[in-house]
Structure formats: structure tokens, C-alpha cells
Write a protein that binds this ligand. Structure first.
Ligand code: FE
Length: 234
């Protein structure tokens, strides 16, 4: 068996939010798909350890923000790599109550879906929640929905050739001293890899900035961990 075969499956990147009375939470999920069209139902797989699992289970509702390619890593990191048990993920996030009272987050979304939970399947580490649609609408934007592979390949490491931050490989490798300072560093908390040839343009770090020269105030754009949480990649 080659587990890498599973990496060939395609997914989107979604923000899944829910409300249970006065508790709200949201998390990033990629494992969501439509099951039927009459009525419209979807399934979403949620880890039982996640706070959002508890809220969906009790509140029996969830909203889905279909995130765009423009979604900043900090936005994803806020929902994806922190726990709602420890922080209020909605502190700096605009939202409104949907028809089920689940929080609806429009920022960086191309469309919103809202569901009531009609069934749940126990899958040991995860639950598969089945939702029947309650509401859906498009957000006016020219952005495309983000795919899971776009998130990994474009947002986390390499840069598109037509992007202003793209740097040709040969421009990096022809300078041996520079190559030495161009080591990649990996965040031990979330797995984000800092690539000096790309920098962190979203946070004002231009391409060709070695990790060592990042300001001490710089934090992981995905999870907010400090520089000390990073280890050099061999
Ligand atoms: Fe991180």
C-alpha cells in the first residue's frame, strides 16, 4: 500500500462554524462533500477532539464558508491551528447569525452554505455529520474557491510564476553564499515551512529574506508561533 496515493484526492478548504446556545466556534475543514440533491445534503468529517465537534453535536447546526484563494494564512491559522477552548476565535472576525443561528463568516468566502444536522456517523476518531441545507448564497467576488492542493502548494511554499514574488530557481542557486543562508525552516506547531526565497509577503517580509534576518517579532503566519518554534530543514 502506498499512502501517497491518497494525496491525489481533491478537496476544498472550508471554514465550518457552529452554535450551541451561547457558545460558538469554527474550524477549517477540507473533508466536506455533497451527498444528495433532493434534499440537498452534505457530509463533513470532524475530529472528535475538536471543540467544534462538541458544538455541532449539541447545537445540531453548521455553516460552511467556501474560502477563496485570497484567504490570508493568518485567517486560516486563526481557525485551523488554535483551539476555541483556549481562545475566542471570533474576537477579530465579523460574523452574523444564520437561520440556524450558526455564525456566518463572509470575509474571504465565495459562497455560504448553512445546514441543520440530520444524522451522525461514528468513525472512531472522527464523526461524519450529515447536514440538510437550510440556506445558501453567493458572495460577490471574482476570487476562485481555494482547493486543498492550492493551499499546500501555493499558499504554503512555492509561488506562482506570474506572481510578483516569484523568483527563478537559478537566481537563487548561482550564489553559493546566498544558498547557504537560504535554508528553509519548519514550524513545529503547525508544519508551515518558511521559504526564504518566497519570504512572507503577506506580513511585509520580502523574498530573499533569510530566516535568521526575520525580526524577533515575526510569528508563524499560520499558527502564530514564535521563531523559537521553528527548526531548520535538512
Ligand atoms: Fe505554525
Amino acid at each position: 500500500m502506498d499512502a501517497k496515493a491518497l494525496f491525489k484526492l481533491s478537496y476544498g478548504v472550508y471554514l465550518v462554524c457552529s452554535r450551541d446556545n451561547d457558545r460558538i466556534n469554527g474550524q477549517i475543514a477540507n473533508t466536506l462533500f455533497q451527498i444528495t440533491s433532493e434534499p440537498i445534503t452534505v457530509a463533513v468529517s470532524i475530529n472528535k477532539n475538536n471543540y467544534t465537534h462538541q458544538i455541532i453535536e449539541n447545537g445540531k447546526n453548521f455553516s460552511v464558508s467556501i474560502l477563496s484563494e485570497e484567504t490570508p494564512l493568518t485567517f486560516i491559522g486563526n481557525f485551523g491551528f488554535k483551539s476555541g477552548r483556549e481562545i475566542n476565535k471570533f474576537e477579530k472576525i465579523k460574523y452574523e447569525d444564520g437561520k440556524t443561528k450558526a455564525p456566518i463568516v463572509r470575509d474571504y468566502s465565495v459562497a455560504i452554505l448553512e445546514f441543520k444536522v440530520i444524522s451522525k456517523f461514528d468513525m472512531k476518531t472522527h464523526s461524519l455529520f450529515i447536514g440538510e441545507i437550510v440556506d445558501s448564497f453567493l458572495i460577490e467576488t471574482k476570487s476562485k474557491p481555494m482547493t486543498y492542493s492550492f493551499y499546500h502548494e501555493i499558499k504554503k511554499g512555492k509561488t506562482q510564476k506570474n506572481a510578483p514574488t516569484y523568483i527563478k530557481e537559478e537566481n537563487i542557486k548561482d550564489n553559493s553564499k546566498k544558498e547557504d543562508s537560504m535554508a528553509k525552516y519548519k514550524c513545529e506547531v503547525c508544519g508551515y515551512v518558511y521559504d526564504p526565497s518566497v519570504g512572507d509577503p503577506e506580513n511585509g517580509i520580502p523574498p530573499n529574506t533569510p530566516f535568521e534576518e526575520l525580526p524577533d517579532s515575526w510569528v508563524c503566519p499560520v499558527c502564530g508561533a514564535g521563531k523559537s518554534e521553528f527548526v531548520k530543514e535538512s
